[in-house]
Design a protein around this ligand. Structure first.
Ligand code: ZN
Length: 307
């Protein structure tokens, strides 16, 4: 039983009736925490995926909008920050629901929603979730990205540059980075995963080769002082990005060899796929299975003799 359930069980409906809103949210796991990132930037955590906020009196710029269940809490959190909850621009790093759940509220308040065209396409139609054997419903029109791109582009917030670009197949088919160049803050979505196991949504277009390329791209954009914001977990620096890239490169090379030998994911694990890496995964089979599927989706990239 989680903390919220315990509070509910102990106090019944009384909490909601007698406490002022700030006390009610203090009892709730649904209230995101505000974590400083850099001057003028904070991150709301615990809202599904992280929500990065560039605060400014002229209006806030957000990267991702959290899961739908947390929308009210995210909006409340934003109201308490400079800019008073006026979001002018929202980026979606990809189309997973923990990143776009608040889109409807921001779309209704006429924020510009910027995303990769593949993200818009996913959100505009019912799409199949292979691992759950069900269809995810399209988002309402107001919740969908209003400005899309394929390769990359840039915009201004005040006089500060915001650059954004595609991270081809790093995690899904619609991943992007958002780089606040003047502040040296780089939102990387799920293309870096310092806390949770890296996820390759192979059915949604992600694969290990794409992840390696994407992380090389992120590394080129960054320097020793860059604050890198993932979808999950803490803000990290270049060293953590380099560490995940080293691991992904090593796994790419090992798996390429083992795929050519015709091994299944379990065969690969039994053959020592994960041995001696710089990090231990919580669920190595899940990673190996998804990565393996991704290889077969890209067999034409492996070598002429694979099939
Ligand atoms: Zn994701």
């Amino acid at each position: 039983m989680n903390r919220r359930a315990i509070v509910k069980g102990a106090l019944g409906g009384v909490v909601g009736l007698t406490l002022p809103p700030f006390a009610r949210s203090a009892f709730s796991q649904e209230s995101p925490a505000v974590v400083p990132v850099s001057e003028g930037f904070v991150m709301l955590t615990g809202a599904g995926g992280n929500v990065l906020v560039r605060t400014a009196s002229t209006g806030q710029v957000l990267v991702d909008s959290g899961a739908a269940a947390f929308t009210d809490a995210v909006l409340a959190g934003l109201r308490g920050l400079p800019g008073g909850g006026r979001a002018t621009t929202l980026f979606n790093t990809h189309w997973h629901r923990e990143q776009v759940g608040g889109n409807l509220a921001f779309g209704r308040s006429e924020a510009t929603i910027i995303a990769h065209e593949k993200t818009r396409a996913h959100l505009a139609t019912n799409y199949y979730l292979q691992n759950e054997d069900r269809y995810e419903k399209a988002l309402p029109a107001e919740a969908r990205p209003t400005v899309t791109f394929f390769t990359g582009d840039q915009t201004l917030a005040g006089d500060k540059r915001i650059e954004y670009g595609h991270l081809l197949e790093a995690h899904t088919d619609g991943d992007i980075y958002v780089f606040f160049r003047d502040a040296n803050v780089l939102a990387a979505g799920d293309a870096i995963s310092p806390l949770k196991d890296p996820v390759l949504d192979w059915f949604g277009g992600g694969w290990l080769g794409g992840r390696v390329d994407a992380q090389e791209k992120l590394l080129k954009l960054s320097d020793e002082k860059t604050r890198i914001v993932p979808s999950y977990g803490p803000v990290v620096g270049r060293a953590e990005l380099q560490a995940e890239l080293d691991m992904m490169r090593e796994l790419f090379d090992r798996m390429l060899d083992l795929v050519r030998k015709g091994m299944s994911a379990q065969d690969m694990l039994d053959a020592g796929l994960m041995k001696g890496l710089n990090r231990t995964l919580r669920d190595p089979f899940r990673f190996a299975y998804d990565a393996h599927k991704g290889y077969w989706a890209h067999h034409n990239s492996l070598a002429g003799n694979v099939l």
